[in-house]
Design a protein around this ligand. Structure first.
Ligand code: NAP
Length: 290
């Protein structure tokens, strides 16, 4: 087979834009499968000054970047600069993946399907469950839209109550399911965790380097609770460690990260990446660099 892992004038560019961007694991996992599949692509990360987003989007077209991931703080702001948004991206109001078709930029949200796939692949059946979501930001939006068709009830607890209320109203309007929103407090966490089957942390609490904190006291857990933390660095957060010690089943954020990446990669290249390679390269990188 012809060696394509040489960067040449024909190599096609994929990238992620964000600010900051140094923490991103996307170049690690995408370049690993580009190499594995011997494709003529390269995936880079660009730190974009928030004031320059419009210019950056123009540059993506000018430089013919074929596929783009979008991360904090641009997932919502980038929508107005794109030519088309898929229905789920429109509903969520956030885009994390863009395909450049001859200068026509199509955006979609692969976090929603990535999170659902991660939970299902862990063997947990979501149908009819009562879900408690901590946080109401971008990850909470994607997750709740991804799960809303299957579950029984969602309770959203957030520091900023208005943000939780807005998301709850939207979900209720779009899916007609039972949704409550509450303000983040110890007593609310205690009361709501008792009633939940699935607890999902979508706040950055416990993320590297603040690895010694957790959003919820372990004394509120019950052994039938499934605990999913979207944080993937560290691979096992304090929340997950304590939940495991209480006998709960747990899932870290790595699978969600990888599955949203799989959807993006397939969309851009029409090739099926090896999920295990994507995962193992990230694990290797996190263990080495922290
Ligand atoms: P975001 O839009 O900024 O939302 C953050 C949410 O966390 C908000 O609801 C915020 O509450 C809450 N929060 C932040 N600090 C808090 C604190 N100290 N106490 C209580 N609540 C707090 O961020 P995001 O995009 O949703 O990302 C959140 C986390 O998910 C990050 O760690 C990110 O790396 C991770 N993530 C993982 C994946 C994956 O694939 N595994 C994908 C996306 C995101 P307020 O509304 O009150 O500010």
């Amino acid at each position: 087979m012809e060696e394509k892992n040489i960067i040449s004038a024909q190599t096609k560019l994929l990238c992620i834009i964000g600010c900051p961007i140094e923490h991103s694991m996307s170049p690690i996992m995408h370049n690993a499968v580009i190499k594995d599949l011997n494709l003529d692509y390269v995936y880079l990360a660009f730190n974009v000054n928030p004031y320059d987003l419009k210019l950056a989007v123009k540059a993506l077209k000018t430089l013919d970047v074929k596929g783009i991931n979008v991360t904090i703080p641009f997932k919502e702001k980038i929508i107005k600069y794109l030519d088309e948004i898929n229905p789920i991206g429109q509903k969520i109001g956030a885009v994390n993946t863009i395909k450049n078709e001859d200068g026509y930029l199509i955006g979609k949200n692969t976090d929603a399907e990535g999170s659902k796939k991660a939970i299902l692949n862990s063997g947990y059946a979501i149908s009819g469950r009562n879900v408690l979501i901590l946080g109401a930001g971008g990850a909470a939006r994607a997750l709740s839209y991804g799960l809303a068709n299957d579950i029984n009830k969602i309770t959203i607890i957030n520091r900023n109550k208005n943000r939780a209320e807005k998301l709850a109203k939207e979900l209720n309007r779009n899916f007609g399911i039972d949704i409550k929103s509450k303000k983040f407090s110890t007593s609310t966490l205690k009361e709501e965790t008792k009633k939940a089957d699935l607890l999902i942390n979508t706040t950055p609490i416990g993320m590297y380097p603040n690895v010694d904190i957790t959003p919820i006291s372990a004394e509120f857990f019950h052994k039938d609770l499934f605990v999913f933390d979207v944080v993937y660095n560290p691979l096992e957060t304090k929340l997950l460690k304590e939940a495991k010690e209480c006998g709960c089943k747990t899932l870290g954020g790595l699978d969600m990260l990888v599955y949203q990446g799989v959807s993006a990669f397939e969309w851009w290249t029409n090739e099926k990446p090896n999920v295990n390679i994507m995962k193992s390269k990230i694990i290797e990188f996190i263990k080495k660099k922290g």
